[in-house]
Design a protein around this ligand. Structure first.
Ligand code: ADP
Ligand code: ADP
Length: 230
C-alpha cells in the first residue's frame, strides 16, 4: 500500500522560484525511493514537503492515507527520521544522548532507550562500550554520520528522509556506509526517501528511482527499468 503520495504538487518559493511543478508519484510502504538529479532540480524541496518544513503551493500530499495538511506537524516530525549531509548532531550531548532524543520525546522508559542505543550503535559498527559516552567532536566524519543514521532510526520511525546523507564523506567511507545501510534496510520495514546526485549510489540503494530535471520528475521506475531506458 502507498505510504507517501504526491498528487500534482507544485512548490513556488516567495521569490517566485518554481522549485517543483506538478509532481505526482507514489511510494510503497517499506521501500526505498531515491531522488536523483543535478543540484537545484527540486529534490530537497520534495523531501522537506514530506516533513512539512515547506508547504506545497498547489496539490496534495498524502501520508499513510491522510492529507498531510490535516496531520499534526510535531507528531509527523517524530514519526519521520531525518538525516542530512551536514550531520547536525548536538555537540554538547554524548553519542548516546543524541540517539536518545526522539525516544525521550516519545516517552520511552530509560531501560528501553538504553537497549536501543546499544542495539543501534552495534548495528552501525560502533561498539557501544567505546562510543556511547563520547562527544561527537571526538569522532571522524564517517563515525558522526553513522551516529546521525542511528539517531534517525532510534524511535522506529515509519519514514526516514535522507538528504545526501553520505555526500560529505570520502569515497571509501561512503561505500562502506552504503553497504551497511543496505544491510539495515533488509532488517527494517521503514519507508525511505533518499536524495543523491550520484546515479551509481541511486542504482545501488533504490527499489525505485525518481529522476528529476529542473523541477520535473522525468523518470520513475525500478533500477532495471531505468537502466533499460536511459
Ligand atoms: P542542496 O544541497 O539540496 O542543493 P542548496 O545548497 O541548494 O541545497 O540549499 C541549501 C539551503 O539553502 C536549503 O535550506 C534551501 O532551502 C536554501 N536555498 C537554496 N536556494 C535558495 C534560494 N534561491 N533562496 C533562498 N534559499 C535557498
Ligand atoms: P536540489 O535539492 O535538487 O538541489 P532544491 O529543492 O534545493 O533542489 O532547490 C530547487 C530550486 O528551488 C532551486 O532553484 C533553489 O535555488 C530553489 N530554492 C530552494 N530553497 C529555496 C528557498 N528557500 N527560497 C527560494 N528558492 C529556493
Amino acid at each position: 500500500s502507498s505510504m507517501i503520495t504526491f498528487d500534482n504538487v507544485t512548490k513556488v518559493y516567495p521569490d517566485q522560484t518554481v522549485a517543483i511543478e506538478n509532481i505526482s508519484f507514489e511510494v510503497e510502504r517499506g521501500t526505498t525511493t531515491v531522488f536523483v538529479g543535478p543540484s537545484g532540480c527540486g529534490k530537497t524541496t520534495t523531501m522537506t514537503i514530506v516533513n512539512r518544513l515547506e508547504e506545497p503551493t498547489e496539490g496534495t500530499v498524502y501520508y499513510d492515507g491522510s492529507d498531510i495538511q490535516e496531520l499534526d506537524k510535531v507528531e509527523l516530525r517524530r514519526d519521520i527520521g531525518y538525516v542530512i549531509q551536514e550531520i547536525g548532531l548536538f555537540d554538547h550531548m554524548t553519542v548516546g544522548e543524541n540517539i536518545a532524543t526522539v525516544p525521550e520525546l516519545k516517552g520511552w522508559k530509560q531501560e528501553r532507550i538504553d537497549d536501543r542505543i546499544d542495539e543501534l550503535l552495534a548495528l552501525m559498527d560502533l561498539p557501544p562500550e567505546a562510543y556511547r559516552d563520547q562527544y561527537p567532536t571526538a569522532l571522524s566524519g564517517g563515525q558522526q554520520q553513522r551516529v546521525g543514521v542511528a539517531r534517525a532510526l532510534a524511535a522506529d520511525p515509519d519514514v526516514i528522509l535522507m538528504d545526501e546523507p553520505f555526500g560529505a564523506l570520502d569515497p571509501i567511507t561512503r561505500s562502506e556506509l552504503q553497504d551497511e545501510f543496505l544491510e539495515i534496510q533488509d532488517r527494517i520495514d521503514t519507508t525511505i526517501l533518499f536524495v543523491t546526485h550520484d546515479i551509481n549510489e541511486a542504482l545501488k540503494m533504490g527499489d525505485k528511482i525518481a529522476i528529476f530535471d529542473v523541477g520535473e520528475l522525468v523518470q520513475y521506475g525500478t533500477p532495471q527499468e531505468i537502466l533499460a531506458n536511459p
